[in-house]
Ligand binder design. Structure first.
Ligand SMILES: CC(C)(COP(=O)(O)OP(=O)(O)OC[C@H]1O[C@@H](n2cnc3c(N)ncnc32)[C@H](O)[C@@H]1OP(=O)(O)O)[C@@H](O)C(=O)NCCC(=O)NCCS
Length: 143
């Protein structure tokens, strides 16, 4: 099992996971452009193939989490948690002092993951997400 920063060559595998994980997935072309930007970080956990990825945008000392997903058939095996734990040191070296994110309040798996990693709730945006209508929980993790 290895964790490394993803590159443009990994886009097909990242996109496969993105597509099966979100009802409104990001466009592949957008992901291709993003991964080439210096301030955009995407790390993957590989076990032969890509099992999970996390992406964030670095804005000064803040790492704004964009996406986290694990391959559907491999969820609940600790991959996302392991990936996050592994990238914390790398992110610190890259100058990230704080991770921030927004998550649907009805996303039990994601809120469970973030809480288990030590993220704390810092705010709520009422009815932020549509279809279905749902609050956004804002969470932070100081590294
Ligand atoms: C959220 C997601 C990334 C979690 O990935 P995962 O690899 O299955 O998570 P892990 O196995 O590493 O679990 C880590 C922790 O998350 C929590 N968790 C994971 N799945 C859970 C579930 N179905 N219900 C409740 N808590 C859950 C647990 O606290 C777990 O820690 P524990 O095993 O010590 O109890 C995965 O469910 C996913 O890809 N979902 C679809 C995409 C998504 O919603 N991403 C988040 C967008 S903000």
């Amino acid at each position: 099992m290895i964790v490394r920063r993803c590159s443009i060559e990994d886009i097909d595998e990242i996109y496969k996971i993105e597509e099966e994980s979100f009802t409104d997935p990001m466009k592949k072309e957008t992901m291709e452009k993003d991964i080439l930007r210096e301030s955009y970080y995407c790390y993957g956990l590989f076990e032969d193939k890509l099992m999970a990825f996390v992406s964030f945008e670095k804005v000064f000392e803040e790492g704004q989490i964009i996406s986290v997903a694990t391959k559907k058939e491999h969820r609940g095996k600790g991959f996302a948690k392991k990936l996050f734990c592994e990238i914390t040191d790398a992110a610190k070296k890259d100058g990230v002092e704080l991770f921030t994110l927004e998550v649907r309040s009805d996303n039990i798996a994601a809120t469970g993951l973030y809480k288990s990693l030590g993220f704390t709730e810092v705010g709520v945006r009422k009815n932020y997400y549509k279809n279905p209508l749902c609050d956004a929980i804002l969470m932070d993790l100081h590294l």
